[in-house]
Design a protein around this ligand. Structure first.
Ligand code: ZN
Length: 423
């Protein structure tokens, strides 16, 4: 950790003990519930309809008593009760108002909010960095909130927003930019354009660090940025309705959940919380004294990582996003998603596979069909290895492995086929 103002950043609750962390979340949540019940007509309605008293929400576990609010439901609430879906305290000072599709209007707390800087600090941005902020500054939260975050860690910001690749290249060159924040595909488009213009990106420019959000960073693209272009890459995760949620640290092994949010991983069909290692929907409650959105269902699938991170932060980590809720299929109580299937496939040289879920009696049966050409003595070893890796990635045990002829599965065939009938 560097000395000076920014080093305090890391200490801002990021390394508090686990027991302290638990009571911090529980107390902050109880406070927000009390306040929300008092200030927000929508929150009051949700509680009253369930005959629930604010004093009954004392811990993160108690959140299960409240409904998960999806994006669609939030838009509906917004239409019924504009402009803030009845979730905002009217008497509070609001710094600015953003919109997200719907439209949903979101009151923004303050530029001083430490949450915006956490991901940038963990990514190594510091005073002396000159960072291109390629997120739009117009009405949406991204541009201005990430700007605040970069300023919090001492970096100088170039508010380049959504300008053209040519314009971004000119700014990188003329101002000696050292960092980038935006989407991975936009940075790659800038690099490709620079190459077309005759530049050697690595030698002619100084960009050595990038923080991405709003788009998944494919491992192959990350490798390209890091190995080919010498750019150290980091990811952040957020949603427009709730802001930043989590970020990568130098270990690049999962995303630390920000201290300003409570994240639950829940079974999307019941809203009940799942344990570490179990795949479910990311449900977020942003601890917030003016906007009382409890249990926002992001529709993203992820799981919590077991164990502590060696960086020293004690927050729980999310294991990346494994797809969207509608794409996942539940097998014996555990969800498997197409992205997990793709990951398994990539571990075996892009082997074509398909998971078929069926039901025999009262039991789910998971068959994995594999297009595998080779027969022979290695077969048993391959099966064992495949089953282990599948279990590791999908957390579900395969019941049957079926080898099928090469070319049987086409692009059109789904990675997961659910053959169960429930009538
Ligand atoms: Zn860490």
């Amino acid at each position: 950790m560097v000395a000076g103002k920014a080093s305090k950043y890391f200490d801002m609750k990021e390394n508090m003990s686990l027991s302290k962390r638990q009571s911090y979340y529980n107390q902050s949540l109880a406070k927000m519930v009390r306040r929300g019940y008092q200030k927000s007509p929508t929150v009051k309605k949700i509680f009253d309809e369930r005959n629930l008293q604010p004093s009954e929400i004392k811990s993160v576990k108690d959140l299960e008593k409240l409904p998960v609010i999806s994006r669609e439901q939030l838009v509906k609430l917004e239409i019924e009760n504009p402009p803030y879906a009845g979730l905002c305290a009217k008497d509070m000072e609001t710094d600015r108002i953003f919109t997200s599709p719907g439209p949903v209007y979101e009151p923004h707390l303050t530029e001083k909010d430490p949450i915006w800087g956490r991901g940038y600090y963990a990514a190594g941005f510091r005073k002396g960095d000159i960072v291109l902020n390629a997120f739009s500054y117009h009405m949406v939260a991204a541009g201005l909130t990430f700007h605040s975050g970069l300023r919090r860690v001492g970096a100088t910001v170039i508010p380049s927003g959504a300008s053209t690749t040519e314009n971004q290249i000119q700014l990188i060159r003329d101002l000696g930019a050292t960092g980038f924040t935006g989407t991975p595909s936009f940075l790659m488009a800038i690099i490709k354009k620079a190459e077309e213009m005759g530049y050697n990106f690595r030698e002619n420019f100084k960009i050595r660090r990038a923080s991405f959000v709003a788009e998944p960073l494919q491992p192959s693209l990350r490798e390209k940025f890091e190995k080919e272009y010498g750019i150290d890459t980091y990811q952040m995760y957020g949603a427009t309705e709730v802001g930043d949620i989590a970020y990568e640290c130098s270990q690049k092994n999962g995303w630390h959940i920000c201290e300003e949010v409570i994240v639950e991983i829940v079974d999307p069909t019941t809203g009940k919380q799942l344990g570490p290692g179990e795949l479910g929907e990311v449900v977020v409650t942003r601890l917030n004294p003016i906007f009382f959105l409890f249990r926002f269902g992001t529709g993203d699938l992820s799981k919590l990582i077991k164990g502590r991170c060696s960086c020293g932060r004690t927050s729980l980590r999310l294991a990346g996003i494994s797809g969207r809720v509608g794409e996942a299929t539940k097998v014996r109580g555990m969800f498997i998603a197409p992205s997990q299937m793709k990951l398994v496939s990539s571990r075996f040289g892009e082997l074509r596979l398909q998971a078929v879920v069926d039901r025999e009696g009262f039991k789910d049966i998971l068959t994995v069909r594999i297009e595998e050409g080779k027969e022979g003595p290695d077969r048993t070893q391959f099966e064992r290895e495949f089953e282990n890796i599948f279990k590791e990635i999908c957390t579900v045990k395969i019941d049957r492995l079926e080898f099928i002829e090469k070319g049987t599965l086409t692009e059109k065939d789904g990675l997961i086929v659910d053959q169960r009938t429930w009538t």
